[in-house]
Write a protein that binds this ligand. Structure first.
Ligand SMILES: [Zn+2]
Length: 321
């Protein structure tokens, strides 16, 4: 009698053990939430959705990594941020920033208190000083502050990188982008490691003063030849990591292997996942980069690509059309 019962019981025990082992595996996965804002700007500019989906393409399926991309705005699912190890936002900033609407700063604060990482891309690094500024400084270690930071387009040459996991495998590169700089950082750069730094040319200062165009403090910094940091890593005193990346006005810059490696390494790093010693390798074809674009009026993306190939010969050639 005993044997008749033992066999199915044993099976159930094994099955339950296997199921809970799988649950445990999923629980240990790093959950990375990417939030892409609605369409903005011209063709191949501020491509929030396509950019987040490239990150997903490159990182999804890595062992222990689970990504979830929300497109078109803030996730409607109220549990979207639940259990997140990192939240990355790529959207229009300033007073329209997704993170400062409704009670979203409070939603983010809740997940940041669990030690989740926080990263923002391009315009996503800008929030009003009195509405999100303090939070972004606390979570990400820097942000674009109007009348302090500036947003010119320029060719940045990145020649050296700090000892940091986000630098893994990154080679010197130069890319033309709307690289914001003179960001608002914590006093004494406490906890901040600049990842991409360069010297903006004098022409970046030719515009007049204004919320985004110029101010006396940035003019003095550039005149003194101070290197400007356009991507940075942050370690909060209470735990939790941040990353800010000011480029990505130009979607076609994803073609540059080191440019994208910085972003991909950073996404893993803020989620406290291991960054490979040579960084994340993710070969992309131009066809992939032209996928998932927002529908915008204007030029054909292929024409823009042809111009970019001519005007940005510094980009490594990749397979494609
Ligand atoms: Zn831009």
């Amino acid at each position: 009698m005993l044997r008749l019962h033992t066999f199915p019981t044993l099976l159930i025990t094994i099955l339950m053990g296997w199921l809970s082992a799988n649950d445990a595996q999923a629980e240990n996965d790093k959950k990375i939430v990417l939030i892409a804002g609605p369409p903005s700007h011209g063709v191949l500019q501020h491509e929030h959705k396509a950019g987040c989906m490239l990150i997903e393409h490159c990182l999804q399926g890595r062992p222990g990594i689970e990504l979830k991309v929300y497109t078109g705005g803030w996730p409607e699912n109220p549990d979207a941020l639940e259990g997140a190890d990192a939240v990355i936002i790529f959207c229009t900033g300033g007073k329209n920033h997704l993170a400062i609407q409704e009670n979203r700063l409070a939603q983010l604060e809740k997940v940041m208190q669990t030690g989740a990482g926080f990263g923002c891309l391009h315009y996503g690094v800008e929030v009003p000083r009195d509405q999100g500024g303090a939070e972004f400084l606390k979570w990400m270690g820097g942000y674009f502050e109007t009348h302090w930071s500036v947003n010119p387009h320029w060719q940045a040459e990145f020649k050296a990188f700090p000892e940091h996991p986000i630098s893994n495998g990154v080679k010197p590169f130069g890319v033309n982008d709307e690289w914001y700089f003179h960001m608002r950082f914590p006093e004494g750069m406490e906890g901040v490691t600049p990842i991409l730094s360069a010297h903006p040319p004098k022409e970046t200062m030719k515009r007049g003063d204004g919320p985004h165009s110029g101010n006396p403090a940035v003019r003095e910094a550039v005149a003194q030849g101070q290197p400007q940091h356009v991507a940075w890593a942050y370690e909060r005193p209470e735990g939790g990591r941040g990353f800010g990346f000011t480029g990505l006005h130009n979607h076609l810059n994803w073609r540059n292997p080191s440019f994208r490696k910085v972003i991909l390494n950073a996404v893993l790093w803020i989620a406290q996942a291991e960054v490979p010693s040579n960084g994340v390798d993710c070969p992309l074809t131009e066809e992939m980069i032209l996928s998932n674009l927002d529908q915008k009026r204007g030029r054909n993306p292929l024409e823009v690509l042809r111009d970019a190939r001519k005007n940005q010969p510094f980009l490594s050639p990749v397979q494609g059309k």
